[in-house]
Design a protein. Structure first.
Length: 299
């Protein structure tokens, strides 16, 4: 089937759409089509806020951590509301360990219902955490849904929550109609958001062109004297630039600088770099009689 050409009207099916796509909720299709067009993390966030408003769950939490074994290494926390009232709870180790992110999101893949309305269906919580849920309900966050998220390695975790001022029955009605849309859009938005978030690292940390050039050369394994020759500066100047770069990026050695260069896309991932791609393992058959064959790069 040939894809239609030209600009598409607001409610039109996506280019190249097949009939089977009509089984997906229109709200989900609309969200994903707009998500594909985003170029900045703020645009993804705006789409999420609009989705929450549309389904009656306007209070959104989006949290991601690079190492959920160490809460202090949080990547970002973004909320659609003023969350300053949660500051004391987040600094109390006996309370923040009971957050949905730490108690469910870092260990599970299943979405869960959250909020004061579902307190009895979760697990016994300390009094301090119950007080937080009551205060959240007073502020309009009585019930909602949280979706655990993953990115790359298991130790990178995230969670997105949509909440609103609903009783138990009303929230379950929303989930019956929109639960699939909310969970799938959360997963897709998380991937897209982190793509932009990574690309925006240089802008966010105000890394200069000279520092970027130095980062790339270090990532390629150049020694100080080779970098000095390449940039036509002294070895002392190279080391001064490197110290300034490490202070700005929070890195502590050359290995971390090289890893940073790869993580923000300046250098190819060695697992997938051209010319050194690993063999592709193809497995077919059932568990008892499995046949394998490896396909590697041409000699």
């Amino acid at each position: 089937m040939k894809a239609p050409e030209g600009n598409q009207p607001e409610g039109a099916a996506p280019r190249g759409a097949f009939g089977a796509e009509s089984f997906f909720p229109p709200r989900m299709q609309k969200f994903l089509r707009r998500l594909e067009q985003t170029t900045h993390s703020d645009e993804v966030w705006a789409l999420l806020k609009a989705l929450g408003q549309d389904v009656g769950l306007p209070f959104i939490d989006f949290i991601a951590a690079t190492d959920y074994g160490d809460w202090r290494r949080t990547m970002f926390v973004r909320t659609s509301y003023d969350a300053s009232w949660l500051h004391d709870a987040n600094t109390d180790p006996d309370l923040y360990r009971w957050s949905y992110f730490r108690s469910h999101g870092i260990a599970c893949l299943t979405p869960i219902v959250i909020g004061l309305e579902f307190l009895r269906e979760y697990r016994p919580l300390p009094d301090g955490r119950v007080r937080i849920l009551r205060e959240a309900a007073r502020r309009g966050m009585r019930a909602g849904i949280s979706t655990p998220l993953r990115q790359h390695a298991p130790r990178q975790a995230a969670m997105m929550s949509f909440l609103g001022d609903h009783d138990r029955g009303a929230l379950l009605d929303i989930l019956a109609a929109e639960g699939w849309t909310l969970t799938h859009c959360a997963q897709a938005a998380h991937q897209r958001y982190l793509l932009h978030f990574t690309q925006e690292y240089v802008e966010r940390n105000r890394i200069t062109d000279k520092q970027l050039e130095l980062m790339e050369l270090i990532g390629r394994g150049y020694l100080d004297r080779h970098i000095a020759d390449h940039l036509e500066i002294s070895v002392s100047a190279v080391r001064q630039r490197l110290n300034a770069l490490m202070q700005k990026t929070g890195t502590t050695n050359r290995v971390e600088v090289a890893a940073l260069a790869m993580s923000i896309g300046m250098l190819p991932d060695p697992l997938y770099s051209p010319g050194s791609a690993p063999a592709v393992l193809v497995q077919s058959g059932d568990r008892e009689d499995i046949r394998t064959q490896e396909y590697g790069p041409e000699p």
